[in-house]
Design a protein around this ligand. Structure first.
Ligand SMILES: [Mg+2]
Length: 144
């Protein structure tokens, strides 16, 4: 899967333009996802030197992205598309905020294994993380 990953507030605590402390298990999870052949794109508002600082920081921890703010490695920021061709985005500005990285990992696994709805993905997490999704919650809200 092609996964776009934000930097500030997602991989590290939000201290832009500085680099915050790593968010627990973010880098470890992303490296594991690469081992499982997912393709990771760094997708950040950072440009120029600030972007390079983020790239270098991640590289120093063993995390090297396939591309930065572009669909392909040779793409440069000037040619960045309006929207990446990613299949999934991990961003602290997601609806509901950034889940724990364990939850993110399980959600990706569930997606790879065929879960095709938010409810199915979060149910997989409820089993694995003790983060309970109240049974019937979605149906009671959405009437399905
Ligand atoms: Mg962010």
């Amino acid at each position: 899967m092609i996964i776009a990953v934000d930097f500030d507030g997602t991989i590290v605590e939000h201290k832009y333009p500085q680099i915050g402390k790593p968010i627990p298990f973010a880098i470890e999870t992303l490296i594991q996802l690469q081992k499982e052949r997912h393709l990771l794109i760094l997708w950040t508002v950072r440009e120029g030197e600030l972007l390079q600082n983020a790239i270098d920081f991640c590289a120093s921890k063993g995390l090297v992205f396939y591309a930065h703010n572009a669909n392909y490695p040779e793409g440069d920021e000037e040619d960045a598309p309006r929207k990446l061709k990613a299949e999934m985005f991990i961003d602290d500005r997601n609806l509901g905020g950034l889940p724990d990285w364990g939850v993110i990992y399980n959600a990706i696994q569930a997606t790879v294994n065929g879960a095709d709805s938010f409810n199915a993905i979060m149910s997989a997490n409820a089993l694995d993380n003790g983060r309970k999704v109240k049974k019937g919650f979605f149906s009671s809200v959405f009437g399905k």
